[in-house]
Design a protein around this ligand. Structure first.
Ligand code: NDP
Ligand code: OXD
Length: 318
């Protein structure tokens, strides 16, 4: 028997994810699936796979036979360097095309808004105006969108943006070959990548190299009037540098889904800034049904001795 436990961390875990995991994992004849806030000690003792969003302090010793922690998120920040990560276990993060597709939709939504300057026109209307300046909107191929991070999220986003007709470029650690997308790799190519980007999209994982990467210098390499769409991690953005770049007019607008502190504090300057559009870390949220199927697939891969798509290599840092 393969033993799997889904530990509820948040109030929505039971109602949103519980039924789908029960349907998918509970239906497998060779899987014993349980869920709740904490298993009984006997089940914890036998558990091979622990599903959840993050760890608890006692996890280092509570699961003596754990083979893998199955993260419900794509990012691994909740687990990386966590002192309670059970030593013998591996980590599998969420890889699901439906998740990447959601991210692509989020980015396309803001890319289209910024490309058509909708935020400026809406502000004009709020201020009592009407077509203050008559302009013919540019075609999408005149706007270049640059994506930092060409992994699961970034690649799907690049393809959807390309489908709309935007000029698309992407930057990653290793060189990628994506038809119709201009690709750049490594720190040496960063400035080149940025200098031809009208709308910068950050879909990078948080690592020592990417922390504070969206800073004064990075923003200064973008052409004047560029926009930012940030859905990586809050710690990648130096907040004051963005505020200064918006004040000076160098950056026109920013859509932010992730923040250094979540929820954003009540009096945070981002909350009421006319050129910053915030969403509450919802750019891409694991879907219960496809997420549960992805977890089952990963468990099957591990049981066969194969590496599942989301198996994390901690030495890489993401
Ligand atoms: P992947 O690991 O699949 O892709 C990461 C990409 O970033 C890769 O292309 C990688 O390069 C690149 N990269 C990493 N470090 C560097 C670096 N120092 N310089 C240049 N490129 C770098 O991750 P995902 O696409 O699945 O997810 C990315 C991040 O998106 C997550 O870690 C998470 O933080 C965020 N996310 C946010 C969500 C939200 O709702 N806001 C939802 C889901 C994810 P290479 O290909 O060469 O390895
Ligand atoms: C994720 C996230 O990493 O929600 O999946 O940010």
């Amino acid at each position: 028997m393969i033993t799997v436990y889904f530990r509820h961390i948040y109030p929505f875990d039971g109602p949103i994810y519980g039924p789908a995991l029960e349907d998918v994992l509970g239906a497998e004849p060779d899987i014993e699936f349980h869920q709740g806030e904490e298993p009984c000690p006997d089940f914890a003792d036998r558990t091979s796979y622990l599903i959840g969003w993050r760890l608890k302090r006692h996890d280092k010793t509570s699961w003596p036979h754990l083979k893998a922690v199955m993260g419900l998120a794509a990012g691994i920040d909740a687990y990386k360097d966590h002192p309670a990560f059970p030593e013998q276990a591996r980590l599998v993060r969420m890889i699901d095309p439906a998740l990447a597709n959601q991210m692509a939709e989020y980015v396309c939504a803001y890319a289209l808004r910024f490309h058509r300057s909708m935020e400026q026109q809406e502000a004009e209307i709020r201020a009592g105006g009407w077509r203050e300046k008559f302009t013919v909107p540019p075609t999408a191929d005149k706007t270049s969108i640059g994506i930092m991070g060409l992994g699961e999220m970034g690649t799907q986003t690049a393809l959807m943006l390309r489908g709309i007709g935007f000029q698309v470029r992407g930057w990653s650690r290793s060189r990628k070959d994506i038809e119709g997308v201009a690709t750049f790799a490594g720190a040496d190519a960063f400035q080149d990548f940025l200098s031809g980007t009208d709308i910068l999209v950050c879909l990078l994982p948080l690592t020592l190299e990417t922390e504070n990467i969206i800073n004064r210098e990075c923003l200064s390499f973008l052409p004047r009037g560029a926009c930012l769409i940030h859905a990586g991690r809050g710690q990648q953005l130096v907040e004051q540098d963005l505020l200064d770049a918006l004040d000076s007019g160098h950056i026109r607008a920013a859509a932010l889904d992730v923040f250094r502190e979540e929820p954003i504090p009540e009096n945070h300057p981002f909350r009421n800034h006319a050129s910053i559009f915030c969403t509450p870390h919802m750019a891409a949220i694991t879907r219960p049904e496809s997420g549960a199927r992805a977890i089952l697939q990963a468990i099957r891969d591990l049981e066969r001795g194969e590496s599942p798509a989301g198996l994390v290599d901690f030495s890489k840092g993401y």
